[in-house]
Design a protein around this ligand. Structure first.
Ligand code: C5P
Length: 225
């Protein structure tokens, strides 16, 4: 087991909604044989739990209690909340919007901190989110900030939703992304921004393979792997 002197190596991948972080983080984790943290899923799960238990989305203390008692299970691609499968339910747009609304509350963010840090297990962790490099894993060995133009992100999100069987409209998605970006970037606590020293990658015209290669190469150059 690794000691505190040799902490588990962490690669953080932060960026705006639909920048491809989820896909890239999963592929990098797969390439390295490391664990994966999809921190957005924890915010989505908290929102879903609140919505299902009558907690209002502006009740900070109630939301923090939902987060503190969150016992999600991630089994491969499957996500369980309190024993029920919610893999698809947490991907619906209203849940994403609700997640971004509840994510502004400091008490809720604090309640999720330890749960997120517990994902750092040997041999390593790839953590995907908005504040992985700035707040949750400030000591990460490699920090990546992944971005892409808002139009290409709307197109990607549209394809993702259609592939999952949800209906979606590009113009609505574009508006939704802009709204969510501005909320994520302007909130007082843990706003979305590149961490100091982050490798900033614009994936607008990069393929998934090229983006994964850039991240793995950066990890090799920094001696992380
Ligand atoms: O990445 P995903 O779209 O699943 O995240 C849902 C919402 O959760 C985001 O819009 C953001 O507001 C919030 N979030 C956050 N911090 C993270 C991950 C997600 O505030 N580390």
């Amino acid at each position: 087991m690794m000691s505190a002197v040799h902490p588990v190596p962490v690669i953080t991948i932060d960026g705006p909604t639909a920048s491809g972080k989820g896909t890239i983080a999963a592929r990098v984790a797969g390439a390295l044989g490391w664990h994966l943290l999809d921190s957005g899923a924890l915010y989505r799960l908290t929102a879903l739990k609140a919505m299902g238990s009558g907690v209002l989305l502006d009740d900070e203390a109630g939301l923090a209690r939902c987060a503190a008692h969150l016992k999600p299970q991630f089994i491969g691609e499957t996500v369980l909340l309190d024993g029920a499968e919610v893999t698809l339910a947490i991907r619906a747009e209203p849940v994403g919007q609700a997640a971004s609304r509840v994510a502004v509350y400091p008490q809720l963010r604090t309640a999720l901190l330890q749960l997120q840090r517990d994902f750092a297990q040997a041999p390593g962790l790839v953590a995907d989110g908005r504040d992985m490099g700035t707040v949750v894993f400030p000591e990460a060995a490699l920090k990546v900030f992944l971005t892409a133009s808002v139009v290409s992100r709307a197109q990607r999100r549209h394809k993702q939703l259609i592939d999952k069987g949800f209906s979606a409209n590009i113009d609505d998605l574009l508006k939704d992304l802009e709204q969510r970006d501005s909320r994520d970037m302007s909130r007082a606590v843990a706003p979305l921004k590149p961490a100091e020293g982050a490798l900033v990658l614009d994936s607008t015209s990069l393929s998934i393979d090229d983006t994964v290669t850039r991240v793995v190469q950066a990890a090799q150059e920094r001696g992380v792997v």
